[in-house]
Design a protein around this ligand. Structure first.
Ligand SMILES: [Zn+2]
Length: 56
């Protein structure tokens, strides 16, 4: 996969109201950690990005 680090920023708002934003890799890491700690869920990158909103 040639998924370059795009300059695009992403935002994810969890069902609990928790929110994070940043580069894709940061958002995936943050949401994955949040899912484990707050919800005992193991989220895949695809699941995280399906909830992500691109920021301009
Ligand atoms: Zn949450």
């Amino acid at each position: 996969m040639s998924d370059n680090d795009s300059p695009r920023q992403w935002q994810v708002t969890c069902v609990c109201g928790w929110r994070t934003m940043g580069a894709k890799s940061e958002v995936v890491a943050n949401v994955t950690a949040h899912g484990k700690e707050a919800h005992q869920q193991n989220l895949t990158e695809d699941q995280v990005m399906s909830q992500a909103t691109p920021l301009d």
